[in-house]
Design a protein around this ligand. Structure first.
Ligand code: PLP
Length: 448
């Protein structure tokens, strides 16, 4: 095992990185040359040696308010001292109700009830289960088929990977849930390359849903789940008009429409939810990440009134929905979320993204001049740059770039294949936007 000088308080065997089986990481490569951070504040992480790392990824698309913001830290500390845990089944605590009302108030239309869980994956599986239970409860027990989309990511639960469209996540376990189909993805480099915001071309890809209705019959279709912007496969914004067309087709055939807003929720595209940006009210929205700015795990599903009313009909003391998690509405998460939502509102962070989106897009698109760049996409406060793969395999050039970015340029980026995806905290200022672009430009120079 590889020794590395980590903080001696880290465990009984602090110089050994071997035991932690890291998620979604090439363990050996990481442990040979680790990228460790041990402190964070606002726009930066700091390595254990104290070197600042500019956070161009909001952690993992989650620290939208920036890191270790005082009001969030204080809310968590206060809650930890006041009440550590309360059972969410059959009992309640005030902040669970308060935070649900606050989240519902941010959502468009009658998306006015919130089911709480702990992650985006749990939110995805919860939404899919609610969709199946909804139809069955209304006497449409044949409506069991779930439709996802190629290049979609809905977390790693069995439901999420089944409707997800990333083959490495699916191939070993994706066939366990039967009755799944997929829409085609909406990316076409020839027609969309170097678009700013939503590409002009691609709304017609929604028509494939009509094809699936013909193939499977509407009476077997429960729900369609899509991300308003596919994040994990390289930040692919929805084409203009695409989501509206999906809504129309779902309405025509009684299919529920679910938006996975785990990334796009809480300001990433300039609105509390991307549903508002696109003027489309889905039947459910899944969220996580930005709901607490990443400070405590939390996720959830917003559901429309007709869905809540399907389950919650009488005051008989019988359980409405046989689903839930021990840590649904955990007090620490609720406290963190309330403080986070206050910060978003007080600092106008969602509106701020709308203001800086054109500046961000113009700055980011200057990377087009770099060698090997194949496409650049921007939407909200998200940017992605695709570049040519090396001959020894897809993703290797990006991995080298990520290492150099961290060790040599002091910046954290995400990779997806040979794409850099960036999504900084919403508090980024104009000079830091310039810094992100300059650092990424130097990394691109180094890897070609
Ligand atoms: N859905 C989307 C769109 C995501 O991007 C992610 C995570 O990146 C998830 C779901 C899963 O969230 P989690 O990792 O919190 O389970």
């Amino acid at each position: 095992s590889v020794a590395y000088d980590v903080d001696s308080t880290a465990g009984a065997n602090p110089n050994d990185l071997e035991a932690f089986f890291m998620p979604f990481t090439p363990n050996r490569a990481f442990k040979a040359r680790p990228r460790l951070v041990s402190r964070s504040k606002d726009m930066h992480y700091y390595t254990p040696e104290g070197r600042p790392i500019l956070d161009a990824t909001a952690g993992l698309w989650c620290a939208n308010a920036g890191h270790n913001r005082d009001p969030i830290v204080e809310a968590i500390q206060k809650q930890a001292a006041e009440m550590d845990f309360a059972p969410p089944f059959q009992y309640g605590h005030p902040k669970a109700f308060a935070v649900s009302a606050r989240i519902a108030a941010l959502a468009p239309g009658d998306l006015d009830h919130v089911f709480l869980c702990n992650s985006g994956s749990e939110a995805g599986d919860t939404a899919l289960k609610i969709a199946l239970a909804y139809h069955a409860t209304r006497g449409n027990a044949t409506r069991t088929r779930l439709i996802g989309r190629e290049r979609g990511y809905h977390g790693v639960g069995f439901g999420g990977i089944s409707v997800g469209g990333m083959s490495p996540n699916r191939k070993l376990f994706g066939s366990l849930l039967p009755g799944i189909d997929h829409l085609p993805h909406t990316y076409n480099r020839e027609k969309q390359a170097f678009s700013k915001g939503e590409p002009e071309w691609g709304a017609e890809r929604a028509e494939a849903l009509e094809g699936l209705v013909t193939l499977h019959d509407a009476s077997t279709l429960a729900a369609v789940i899509v991300e308003p912007m596919s994040g994990s496969t390289g930040a692919i914004p929805a084409p203009k008009g695409y989501l509206k067309r999906l809504r129309e087709i779902c309405d025509k055939y009684g299919i529920l429409l679910i938006f996975d807003e785990v990334i796009t929720g809480f300001g990433r595209l300039g609105y509390a939810f991307a549903a508002e940006r696109y003027g489309v009210v889905p039947d459910m929205i899944t969220f996580a990440k930005g709901v607490t700015s990443g400070a405590v795990p939390m996720g959830g599903v917003l559901v429309r009134k007709h869905i809540y009313d399907t389950f919650v009909k009488s005051d008989d003391p019988v359980i409405d929905l046989f689903h839930g998690y021990t840590y649904s509405a955990h007090p620490l998460a609720c406290a963190a979320s309330l403080a986070t939502l206050d910060l978003y509102r007080e600092e106008g962070l969602f509106e701020r993204v709308r203001e800086i989106e054109p500046i961000w897009a113009d700055a980011f698109h200057t990377l087009r001049a770099k060698k090997g760049v194949l496409d650049i996409r921007t939407v909200g406060l998200v940017g992605a740059v695709d570049f040519e793969s090396r001959e020894d395999g897809v993703g290797r050039r990006a991995y080298e770039g990520m290492e150099r970015a961290f060790h040599e340029e002091g910046i954290m980026v995400r990779t997806a294949g040979d794409t850099f995806a960036v999504s900084p905290p919403l508090i980024i200022n104009e000079s830091q936007i310039g810094e992100v672009v300059d650092k990424l430009g130097r990394v691109l120079d180094k890897i070609f």
